[in-house]
Structure formats: structure tokens, C-alpha cells
Design a protein around this ligand. Structure first.
Ligand code: HEC
Ligand code: HEC
Length: 415
């Protein structure tokens, strides 16, 4: 019911927006008061309450307009003028339906992020690709498919956008083989190709914070030299794996590496039982602006994994010697160090401590949180508190209130 009301609201916003929809009138656009998307990851799009949003075309347009207007307002007068010049140059081919509007918005937004360089450029870049990907997919720079009933998109519109330099955010850097070597040199186990029998099946996840309706299967690759472990998490619908994130940790060097089934910043489907070489995945810096979200925004802490006690990923040997150091794009969160948010909090008799487990030793410390980690703050932490933490009595757990509150409050810190 709530999602229906939300969708109706977006339709209303989209319709009332029509009169002032033209880019030349961007200053007058009516947009949401706050960012409609807090984080994206594993195909999920989360709102300010950590709820997974139903991503209708109207929602995409609504969110895109929010970012376009915000960046326009943040831009210098030269950038505003350049934006108007860009939008005029593509007026020759007017977007005709929802899909084409989504594409043109995404193109202008991609250009804007690179021009204005807002402090959350990496976040907006990822959200832009994740929203676009719902309705338009590219492959090797060409229009590939229009999933979810999106549709038709004219090839000459795509060509025009490339010519105007508006789609460069979709270009793939050729970091693939170099990233694999970088990880190898950093003592991170290199995962086998997808489909190899070296991947050990650990089972389906019972607890899922994301896309709970979609099956998520966990595979592991454990390595002795270098010491460490890789996890792969294919999520599939029918006979196709739609999402396949891979994370590897070298437990001796504490470095970690990230891969995802993306090309041109968008996911590609993998038919079940079809092998894919590791070099076919995007990794490291190539994940920047990608639709899979900012891995290190959620995958932070003592190790790069998100572990639910008792679930398939809860295996031994996940603890790096020191604090986990991710090899990712420099604009991504770098997992700078354990949080100090719980230092000096005095607990009274009857009050409990998250640190009885989340301290080293015996366990894994929490990451430093701030407005730069909206994924951990908006999804991982609140959902853990609601569904899994502390083990045995999650949810309304008053004796842990001081620690929960302090961790959540540290999320509002501006780094
Ligand atoms: C919005 C938060 C978020 C983002 C962003 C995110 N993940 Fe995850 N990831 C999760 C959660 C939560 C789980 C645990 C399973 C679940 O609840 O669905 C998980 C699980 C995994 C796992 C299984 C091992 C583990 O840690 O439990 C892998 C592998 C993985 N993610 C890879 C990636 C990669 C690669 C990226 C970036 C392309 C990424 N994830 C981005 C939240 C996120
Ligand atoms: C009885 C021990 C115990 C207590 C108390 C506890 N946790 Fe945990 N928690 C765990 C274990 C075990 C895991 C999974 C492995 C790990 O990361 O240590 C975990 C995982 C988590 C995760 C997932 C993080 C990740 O990267 O894997 C979050 C978030 C979390 N706990 C939050 C909390 C909060 C907040 C509290 C206090 C309200 C709390 N926990 C209290 C044992 C505990």
C-alpha cells in the first residue's frame, strides 16, 4: 500500500512537473526537498528510511530531476551556461517517451557530475548508472536492451549524445588485467573464473537486507597462499544471474579487492552454468560510477564482508591481521579506521555494550561512519539493529540504546 501511495505521488510530481520540464526552465523545476535515493547496491535502491524503493520510470525521472537541479544550482555561471548550450545542442532530437527522457537526463547528469564535481560525485555517479540501468542497457558503447518494458530508444539519439560527449561516464576504463595484477601483488587471493569448480557452494542466504525476493547464493574460494578468502554472491531470476559481486580479502596483508558483473557501468546477465573469466568482470577503479553502487560504502569495517551470524558467510578465517584496506577508486570511502564513536561512553548497570563482541579481540570493530557512508548508515547498521543485532535479541533492545544511538549519531558527522 505504501509503495502504491508513493508511486501515485511520483506520478503526480511527474505530471505537475511537465509544464516546467524543459531544461531551459530548470531553475523553476519542482523537485523533491531531499535526496530521493540514499544508497544503491546489489540492484536495490534505498530511500531515506532505508526502505527499498520500487523503481518505476516516474521514480527515475523524479530522482534524475532532483540531481539535475541540485547540480545546476551548485554550478558556476560558466557551468550553467555550458549546461544550457549542451541541452540546446541535443534539442535536434527531442526525447519522445519515458525511456528517451531517462536517457537524456542521465546523459546530462553524467556530464554535470564531471563538470561540477560535487563532494558526493561518486555517489551521484553510481546512482545515475543504477537508475538508468533499470530501463536502458549499453554494451560496448551501443544500445543493448531496454529491459522492464522501457522503450524504444532511437539509435540516432544515442549517437548524438556520444558525439556531444554526454555519455563518457559510461566508458569502460581498461583497468581489468592491471587490477588483477595489483591485487595479486597486494597479497589478495585472485578468485577463479566464474563457473570454475574451485568456487565452493555454501548455500542460499536466509537473511537478506537487499532484494529479499531474489535468491542469493553464496560461494567461497579459500586460499592458503596467499592466505585469504573470496566470496561471490550471485543473485538470479529464473535462469539468469543478474548480479554477481565478488570480494576477496588477503588475511595476511589485510588488503581487499572488489569485482562485479558490469560492463559500461551496467550489469550484464549471465546464463546459469555459463563460465565467465574474471577478466570479464569490472574491478577496482572500473566500478567507479557503476550501477552496482559504491561497494565500500556498505562493505566496511574490520573485514570487507557483511556477516550475519549463523548464515552461510559466517565461516572461520575472515579476520585480517590488521584493519581491512580496500583497493578501490580514490573517490570511494577507504575504510579509514575503526570508529571512536563508542569511546568514553559510560554504561550504567543494566546497560549493554555492542563492544562486548565488536572489539578486537574478541571480534570485529565497527567502521568510522559519517555522511560519506550513507550505505552503511542507511542500510547496514539500521537493518542489523532491526533484524540481526545483538544476536538473539535484535529489534527493540533498550539495554543497548546508548551504543546504538551513538553509532547512528556518528553517521551525521560531516567528514
Ligand atoms: C547498499 C549496501 C551495499 C552495497 C553498495 C554493496 N553491497 Fe554487497 N552486500 C550488502 C549486504 C547487506 C550483503 C549481505 C547479503 C544481503 O543482506 O543481501 C552483501 C553481500 C555481498 C557479498 C557476499 C559476502 C558478504 O560480504 O556477505 C558480496 C561478494 C558482495 N556483497 C559484493 C559487493 C560488491 C562487489 C559491491 C560493489 C559493486 C557491493 N557488494 C555493494 C550490501 C551492499
Ligand atoms: C554477542 C555478540 C554480539 C553483540 C553483543 C553484538 N554483535 Fe553485532 N555481530 C556479531 C557477530 C558475530 C557478527 C558477524 C561477524 C562480525 O562481523 O563480527 C556481527 C555483525 C554485525 C554487523 C554486520 C557488520 C559486518 O560488517 O559484518 C553489524 C552492523 C552489527 N553486528 C551491529 C551490532 C550492534 C549495533 C550491536 C549493539 C547493539 C551489536 N552488533 C552487538 C556479534 C555481536
Amino acid at each position: 500500500m505504501r509503495t502504491m501511495i508513493a508511486s501515485l505521488l511520483f506520478i503526480a510530481v511527474a505530471l505537475t512537473g511537465c509544464a516546467t520540464e524543459r531544461y531551459s526552465k530548470i531553475e523553476k523545476w519542482k523537485v523533491a526537498a531531499t535526496d530521493p535515493v540514499v544508497s544503491v547496491g546489489h540492484g536495490g535502491v534505498f530511500d531515506g528510511k532505508g526502505k527499498e524503493v520500487e523503481v518505476s520510470p516516474y521514480f527515475v525521472l523524479h530522482a534524475q530531476r532532483y540531481y539535475l537541479k541540485r547540480l545546476y544550482q551548485e554550478g558556476s555561471s560558466e557551468q550553467k551556461a555550458l549546461f544550457q548550450q549542451k541541452q540546446r545542442s541535443i534539442e535536434k532530437i527531442k526525447p519522445q517517451d519515458k525511456s528517451e527522457k531517462i536517457l537524456v537526463n542521465a546523459a546530462l547528469l553524467g556530464w554535470f557530475v564531471e563538470a561540477v564535481k560535487p563532494r558526493d560525485a561518486a555517489q551521484i555517479g553510481s546512482k545515475n548508472s543504477a537508475l538508468l540501468e533499470r530501463y536502458i542497457r549499453f554494451k560496448d558503447g551501443e544500445l543493448d536492451e531496454v529491459p522492464n518494458g522501457g522503450g524504444p530508444v532511437r539509435k540516432d539519439l544515442v549517437a548524438l549524445l556520444w558525439r556531444e560527449g554526454l555519455l563518457t561516464f559510461l566508458s569502460t576504463n581498461v583497468g581489468g588485467p592491471a587490477y588483477i595484477e595489483q591485487c595479486r601483488a597486494a597479497g589478495v587471493p585472485i578468485p577463479p573464473d566464474w563457473g570454475s569448480s574451485s568456487w565452493k557452494y555454501l548455500g542460499k542466504l536466509g537473511t537478506k537486507f537487499i532484494s529479499s525476493g531474489v535468491d542469493a547464493d553464496l560461494y567461497a574460494f579459500e586460499s592458503d597462499a596467499p592466505k585469504g578468502v573470496c566470496f561471490a554472491l550471485p543473485r538470479s531470476s529464473g535462469e539468469t544471474i543478474t548480479l554477481l559481486g565478488i570480494i576477496c580479502l588477503g588475511t595476511d596483508t589485510s588488503k581487499s579487492c572488489f569485482w562485479d558483473n558490469q560492463k559500461n557501468k551496467m550489469q550484464f546477465g549471465i546464463p546459469k552454468n555459463t563460465p565467465v573469466p574474471l577478466s570479464g568482470f569490472a574491478g577496482g577503479a572500473d566500478l567507479f560510477n557503476g550501477s552496482g553502487g559504491i561497494c565500500t560504502d556498505c562493505h566496511a569495517g574490520e573485514n570487507p564482508f557483511i556477516v550475519y551470524p549463523g548464515q552461510p558467510m559466517d565461516i572461520a578465517n575472515l579476520l585480517p591481521k590488521t584493519w581491512s584496506d580496500p583497493l578501490v577508486h580514490p573517490a570511494w570511502p577507504q575504510n579509514q579506521g575503526p570508529t571512536s564513536a563508542l569511546n568514553g561512553i559510560v554504561l550504567n548497570p543494566g546497560e549493554d555494550s555492542c563492544l562486548s563482541c565488536h572489539n578486537k579481540p574478541p571480534g570485529r570493530r565497527f567502521p568510522t561512519l559519517s555522511t560519506d557512508t550513507p550505505g552503511y548508515c542507511g542500510v547496514i547498521l539500521p537493518k542489523a539493529i532491526q533484524f540481526t543485532m545483538p544476536p538473539g535479541s535484535p529489534g527493540n533492545n533498550a539495554s543497548y540504546a546508548k551504543h546504538k544511538d551513538a553509532l547512528l549519531a556518528s553517521c551525521n558527522r560531516v567528514k
